[in-house]
Design a protein. Sequence first.
Length: 118
Amino acid sequence: MSTEDTARVARAYFDAWSNRRGPDALRPLLAEDFVFDAGPVHIEGREAFLGAAEWPARARTTLEAEAYDGEHGFQLYAAVNGMARIRSAEHLVVRGGVVAATEIVGDLAAFQVFMAAG
């Protein structure tokens, strides 16, 4: 897979989840055996991931930096939900035109506050 293809798929994935486009928009971007890791949270399988908690409705998310190399993508984003703010780094692996795996690194305690802010 070319770096350009990885960037295209990773950006589409970011747009779909950060703008809450829903499972129908995300499903074609994820491998059936998609793996998601974020600290202690580990989800295996596209449908299990799509059934997990949604991004907060009021959250505003900004992609601050991105880098791509072959099948690997790296995205740094910031998000605001009410008074709660987070910054996260995400490593994506894109294979066969879909996201096969993603790992998010960030402050888990801040993320929990962010998700609960309303």
